[in-house]
Design a protein around this ligand. Structure first.
Ligand code: AMP
Ligand code: MG
Length: 406
């Protein structure tokens, strides 16, 4: 059995980032990975503009203004946002200006309107602005045209989409989404919406894995249930690897009589890289390499299946999708709210909630059984706490490493 860290590295080494791209518009950009860096030919801000509603003035004119001895300036123009100023501000003059409006020639400072009194075409400045240039957003202060605006390899979320929109950039080159084939194995499995006969269960893994894949920007291809039958499995695996970048199958990788996956993968010419990992839950994990595709044979127990996805498939999906770094999960130090026990032989994961109490992270174990078959209490958990190999007990109040999920 190899360690979790070894398995993680083997998996990442097997994955090559997608190099196929497609062009999309910004409306379709959420969660896509930028494949070409974006530069803008616009400065940000595009021109000097006012950060406040007030008066555009010459600092020299108003630097000694006080409430007792206000400075009176003549208003020569009104400049709303979206309007190009036409009048140059000269000594003794000011322009009425609004947030986002272009600064007029001659002015170098904004006095906010709260520090003024307007009387007809004159304004009294009651307080000197703190410095020349106050409340002006200078052209190019946030970004200068031609520099990289967004780099290739980042995932586009609302902030990045806002940046691209303001740069007037509606045509983006992104990586195509990875295609992930998913199927379940087991004679006990039936599709949803059917009456369950004795011994049967609904194939929940198909739904769990498809949701996991979609949440990570992949396209799930649900191939359904395959019986524990060698010929059927062989055909299904051969089909799955021919259409996908990654295949995820659940079940049939244990040591039971009907666990055929590893044998069939070998028959199909795959190079088997991993057969089991010193992890709990999720020990029987098969990872095999085909020329165009990496195959994950994931244990069938529903908790093991999702923990395997979060811990091992997630980094693979990130790397495959073109994200340029941070593929591995990050762990946070949190205080354990319970005693957590392990045999110390496998890296052991517990599911529960990462809470913040009085500014500190705390891990609260999910109530009920931590059995790898109990997916019921996996709902509404948001974190996995990890006990490393060699540690048998984390006492209540001690720190534990916690991986955030979802
Ligand atoms: P296996 O890995 O095939 O030995 O299955 C281990 C356990 O997980 C058994 O209790 C199975 O019934 C259950 N199981 C396997 N596949 C699924 C599935 N697709 N959905 C829900 N439970 C499953
Ligand atoms: Mg099975």
């Amino acid at each position: 059995m190899i360690t979790v860290t070894e398995a993680e590295q083997i998996i990442l080494d097997l994955i090559n980032p997608l190099n196929e791209t497609e062009n999309i518009t910004l409306d379709n950009a959420l969660n896509r990975i930028l494949a070409k860096s974006v530069n803008s030919n616009l400065d940000f801000p595009h021109w000097d503009n006012s950060a406040m509603d007030g008066y555009a003035v010459k600092f020299e004119d108003v630097k000694n203004a006080t409430e007792k001895e206000p400075i009176t300036l003549t208003i020569v123009e009104e400049i709303p946002a979206g309007y190009q100023p036409k009048v140059t501000v000269k000594a003794g003059e000011s322009s009425r200006i609004f947030t986002g409006a272009m600064l007029p020639e001659g002015a170098d400072t904004i006095v906010i309107q709260e520090k003024t009194i307007k009387e007809n075409n004159q304004v009294k400045i009651l307080v000197a602005p703190p410095k020349i240039g106050d409340c002006i957003r200078k052209k190019g202060e946030f970004y200068q045209a031609g520099n990289p605006l967004l780099k290739a390899g980042i995932c586009l979320k609302s902030a990045e989409i806002a940046v691209l929109a303001s740069a007037n950039c509606d045509n983006l080159t992104v990586y195509r989404q990875p295609k992930i084939a998913i199927f379940s194995t087991g004679d006990e499995l039936v599709n949803i919406n059917q009456d369950l006969q004795a011994g049967q269960i609904v194939d929940s893994n198909q739904y769990a894995l498809a949701a996991f894949v979609a949440a990570h920007g992949g396209i799930p291809i649900k191939l359904g249930i395959v019986k524990d039958d060698q010929q059927a499995l062989k055909e299904s695996i051969a089909h799955a690897v021919s259409i996908a970048d990654i295949v995820l199958s659940t079940g049939g990788v244990s040591v039971g009589e009907y666990d055929y996956i590893d044998q069939i993968l070998a028959e199909l010419g795959a190079k088997i890289e991993i057969t089991s990992v010193a992890v709990k839950p999720g020990k029987p994990l098969t990872v095999a390499n085909f020329p165009q595709c990496v195959y994950f044979g994931i244990p069938g127990n529903p908790v093991s299946a999702l923990v395997s996805c979060w811990r091992f498939v997630q980094p693979a999906l990130k790397k495959l999708s073109g994200i340029s770094n941070n593929w591995k999960p990050t762990f946070i130090n949190a205080k354990s709210e319970q005693n957590l026990k392990s045999r110390g032989q496998r890296e052991t994961y517990f599911w529960g909630k990462l809470n913040i109490k009085e500014g500190e992270y705390e891990f609260e174990l999910a109530g009920g059984s931590q059995s790898s078959g109990n997916l019921i209490n996996l709902a509404q958990t948001n974190a996995l706490a990890m006990i490393p190999v060699g540690t048998k007990l984390i006492e209540k109040g001690e720190k534990i490493k916690v991986m955030q999920i979802n």
